[in-house]
Design a binder for this molecule. Structure first.
Ligand SMILES: Nc1ncnc2c1ncn2[C@@H]1O[C@H](COP(=O)(O)OP(=O)(O)OP(=O)(O)O)[C@@H](O)[C@H]1O
Ligand SMILES: [Mg+2]
Length: 228
């Protein structure tokens, strides 16, 4: 479903070359929940962005359902992310001038879904992340954890086949964090979706079917945490 084949990503910083990702091969299938852990700066977000087609590998390939993301036109990749491949960013990317409900409905509205239908689905998605009562709030009226969950609801509303989240529990208290992890787990468990989560939290990482440890832009190890 999602696959990196010997993906390399170099960035130029002035005269220096940063080797953010140095040859990563990883595939994630439907029904699977994969967590990615590693020190700050080890390349986790870059790996996620490559998998989502938000960034292109310097060499190697990133595939979605067997198709090379870099070979698609920008428009096709944009549509893909609005329909089948949802991304929850580390820094939320909420639109500050839109209510929580409209932030969540946005990908549907952009795709041409009629407003009442989009509103209804947004309300459902907000309820799933425990924020039914925050639909009428603006992002700056919410806590970091609430904004994080709005960002997750915005990914859920698409009913995408692949969901990639960068630190989805980073700002959450333990009750909200458990709720989000249970939700991600159930999204994978129904067999129709691939879920990838980047996290610093080892308890969160252990909820994955596979836990991939990244160090210096490479896969250091892959563990199979036992499911409690
Ligand atoms: N757009 C960019 N331009 C230049 N360097 C970048 C860019 N994006 C990332 N890097 C560098 O690539 C390396 C990996 O960054 P990345 O964001 O993938 O790390 P990370 O593991 O997600 O870290 P964190 O846990 O702090 O989020 C870092 O050294 C970073 O400075
Ligand atoms: Mg990161």
């Amino acid at each position: 479903m999602l696959e990196l084949r010997n993906a390399v990503r170099h960035y130029h910083q002035g005269t220096r070359i940063v080797e953010a990702v140095r040859g990563v091969s990883l595939s994630v299938e439907k029904g699977e929940f994969v967590s990615i852990m590693g020190p700050s700066g080890s390349g986790k977000s870059t790996i996620m962005h490559l998998m989502a087609g938000l960034d292109s590998p310097t060499s190697g390939q990133a595939l979605f359902m067997g198709r090379d993301l870099a070979a698609m036109r920008d428009r096709e990749r944009a549509i893909l992310r609005r329909t089948r491949l949802a991304v929850v960013f580390q820094f939320f990317n909420l639109v500050p001038t839109l209510l929580a409900s409209d932030n969540v409905a946005l990908p549907l509205l952009l795709g041409g879904t009629p407003r009442p239908v989009a509103r209804g689905k947004a309300a459902e998605a907000l309820a799933r992340v425990g924020l039914a009562d925050r639909a009428g709030h603006y992002p700056d009226e919410m806590s970091g954890g609430e904004m994080q969950r709005v960002a997750l609801a915005r990914a859920l509303v698409l009913d995408a086949e692949a969901i990639l989240c960068d630190e989805p529990t980073g700002n959450l208290d333990s009750a909200s964090s458990t709720q989000v992890l249970d939700l991600l787990r159930s999204l994978a468990d129904d067999g129709s979706r691939a879920v990838v989560m980047v996290t610093h939290d080892s308890a969160a990482g252990a909820r994955g079917d596979r836990l991939v440890r990244i160090r210096d832009g490479k896969i250091e190890s892959i563990e199979r945490p036992s499911r409690a």
